[in-house]
Ligand binder design. Structure first.
Ligand code: HEC
Length: 222
């Protein structure tokens, strides 16, 4: 009998078990890869300005102190709002869930903090939240955000992952030059609520300081 033989041959028996378990495992795992990630119905991909802000967030490692994932616990939903759904992250590349919460979760910070609040807070956190250990980010007010790379990123995710961006995003210099003013217009909407003179002047000149992009990004977290 085959099974008697198998039970007396540990090597083949172990191999047989591995094959059966791997097959069963694949049956469970593979469908999850095949299934396309489903965005929430009204989810829009981020704008170029917001992506430039996301890149500032990554560059300055905000993720080392902040998560972007609200767990389904009452203590969290009371504080931050609805718990996070996987469909909210489908356009995030990479996602910025984070795993460290030295500071609060930021996944819905756009619902309860304003441009003005962020401006004051990024300049000097303890002045706004007494006892805050968050570092100040004064260099964001002078460094310029890289909006051109953010535009290129949009073209890349549109081409590679079919992220639903419009026809105005094309990988040519002419297309970027034509689109640039749209980014500046969006930046103007943000600085309208800011008070820092240097930042306002920079945007009026057609430049985008990092803090403007970062705030656009933080405001988009809802
Ligand atoms: C060393 C850890 C640390 C780093 C790095 C850090 N933060 Fe914070 N952050 C905190 C702490 C602690 C708080 C809570 C106290 C406060 O509001 O200042 C906070 C609060 C905040 C808040 C207010 C959230 C709320 O719900 O009130 C925002 C927004 C924020 N951080 C954004 C950022 C951004 C953007 C960066 C990166 C540029 C960053 N933080 C980097 C520690 C950090």
């Amino acid at each position: 009998m085959f099974f008697h033989w198998l039970e007396k041959n540990p090597f083949y028996f172990a191999s047989g078990i591995s094959i059966v378990i791997s097959f069963a495992g694949l049956l469970e795992i593979v469908p999850n890869f095949a299934e396309a990630a489903r965005p929430l119905i009204d989810l829009k991909p981020r704008t170029v300005l917001q992506i430039a802000g996301k890149n500032v967030y990554m560059k300055d490692n905000c993720i080392s102190c902040h998560s972007q994932m609200i767990r389904p616990f009452k203590s969290e939903t009371d504080r931050y709002g609805d718990y996070s759904l996987s469909g909210e992250y489908v356009y995030d590349r990479p996602f910025l869930w984070g795993s460290k919460r030295t500071g609060p979760d930021l996944h819905r910070v756009g619902n309860y903090r304003t441009t003005e609040w962020h401006e004051n807070h990024m300049w000097n956190p303890p002045a706004i939240v007494p006892g805050s250990i968050m570092p100040a980010y004064k260099h964001h007010f002078t460094n310029l955000a890289d909006i051109e790379t953010a535009y290129a990123e949009v073209v890349t995710v549109k081409t590679a992952f079919s992220t639903p961006y419009g026809p105005e995003f094309k990988g040519t210099r002419a297309a970027w030059n034509a689109y640039r003013p749209t980014v500046i217009e969006e930046a103007k909407l943000i600085v309208a609520d800011m008070k820092n003179k240097d930042v306002k002047e920079a945007v009026a000149r057609g430049e985008v300081p990092e803090v403007v992009a970062l705030i656009a990004y933080l405001n988009s977290l809802k």
